[in-house]
Design a protein around this ligand. Structure first.
Ligand code: PLP
Length: 397
């Protein structure tokens, strides 16, 4: 199979071609769906035999090479969900008695896995402030093995001191893991600044069509291989039909994400200037606390933002109800713009106290910018804001 992932080609080319089969079977331009659970034995190493659960079908192999090229890593493995990538990687790296340092706000499934499942295997974690490296050493234990962060946090799109994470982990012999889902490799390739394992929920931007659940793990070949062997046992493999859809989705990753970056940037600026909006969290805005870091590290600021209205929860609810284009739904990264009030939905599982500590206020609105025309989205946001009665909007003048 051809692999163009040697830095010679742009991500938009890699997204279409890296890892594609050579020769093309029957001349097929698109990788066919290999919907066969098992394959004839032809003398291979038993662990490399073709079998869907072992992620060794041609659909898995093409995707592995394509994602490795996009993430700028030696190898990658595609899996049945983002959580399969996250849980499988942590279970590969950590054994009974081990400990991991984690960022304070994490995707809910990851936080639940750390809090509810790993302690049963005597694997502990300590939450660190990702903006304050000076406090990290105090959280180390003799059995700390890894550090786990997210490129952009949900829903406040904060950017950890990612360079300090890599430097600290190197100094203390820790493996670094990063969930890059909100950025996608078009906007940020964590391996380029030294992260070991890069995880994606391919359910989001990577596939980009809101129609499958998938995940990926990218990094050095030996580490990715270890995650694969663990997942061979856990059984979190991706079905070939979903792999086919993911490969199709990846072909447009670069154009989709660049469009979403541009659209989100314009919408964020417009919202920030609106009198009914009290705060906008978007790393592309100069007002964002880590804007300078995001501008230095990222190629784009992404399609995710969150904001609050002057009128608080009542205004947020009325505004969301008045929107015509965005759907009220969790998840993100698809062609459809989505809106959600995290305290009432995606972060409802946290206690009010935990949310307050994480800075997730009840009135916060999260917005995933889709691929609709920016002008239509802007007009819809403006109209929904204008529809709020002045008292509800918090406008007194
Ligand atoms: N990581 C992030 C940042 C997410 O938002 C999600 C899902 O919402 C996941 C991981 C889990 O991915 P999946 O639903 O594909 O298992």
């Amino acid at each position: 199979m051809k692999n163009f992932g040697d830095g010679r080609r742009a991500a938009s080319t890699d997204a279409v071609h890296a890892g594609e089969q050579e020769p093309r079977p029957e001349g097929a331009v698109v990788t066919p769906i290999y919907q066969t659970a098992n394959y004839e034995l032809r003398g291979e190493d038993y662990h490399d035999i073709g079998y869907i659960r072992l992620s060794t079908t041609p659909n898995h192999r093409v995707l592995g090479e394509r994602i490795a090229a996009l993430e700028a890593t030696e190898a990658a493995l595609v899996l049945g969900s983002g959580m399969a990538a996250i849980s499988g990687s942590l279970l590969t790296l950590l054994s009974a008695g081990d400990h991991v340092l984690v960022q304070d706000t994490l995707y809910g499934g990851t936080a639940a896995f750390l809090q509810q499942d790993l302690p049963r295997f005597r694997i502990g974690h300590t939450v660190i402030d990702p903006q304050d490296p000076s406090g990290w050493a105090a959280s180390l234990t003799p059995t700390t093995r890894a550090m786990y962060v997210e490129t952009l946090t949900n829903p406040l799109v904060q950017v950890a001191d990612l360079e300090a994470v890599v430097a600290f982990a190197r100094e203390h012999g820790l493996v670094t893991l990063i969930d890059n889902t909100f950025a996608s490799p078009i906007n940020f390739r964590p391996a380029e600044i030294g992260f070991d394992l890069v995880l994606e929920s391919c359910t989001k931007y990577m596939n980009g069509h809101s129609d499958i659940v998938a995940g990926s793990v990218a990094g050095p070949a030996d580490l990715v291989r270890r995650v694969k062997v663990m997942q061979d046992h856990l059984g979190g493999s991706l079905d070939p039909h979903a792999a086919f859809l993911l490969e199709r989705g990846l072909k447009t990753l670069s154009v989709r994400v660049r469009e979403q970056n541009a659209s989100a940037g314009r919408l964020a600026a417009r919202l920030e200037a609106h009198p009914a909006v009290s705060v906008v969290h978007y790393p592309g805005l100069a007002s964002h606390a880590q804007h300078e870091r995001a501008a230095r590290l990222f190629d784009g600021f992404g399609g995710m933002m969150s904001f609050e209205l002057e009128g608080g929860v009542d205004a947020a609810e009325a505004f969301i109800a008045a929107l015509e284009i965005p759907m009220v739904a969790a998840s993100l990264g698809g062609p459809e713009s989505l809106v959600v009030r995290p305290a009432a939905a995606v972060h409802a599982g946290m206690s009010a106290e935990e949310r307050a500590k994480a800075g997730i206020r009840d009135a916060l609105i999260r917005f995933s910018t889709g691929l609709e025309a920016t002008e239509d989205l802007a007009a819809d946001l403006d109209r929904a804001l204008a529809s709020l009665p002045r008292a509800v909007a918090g406008l007194t003048a």
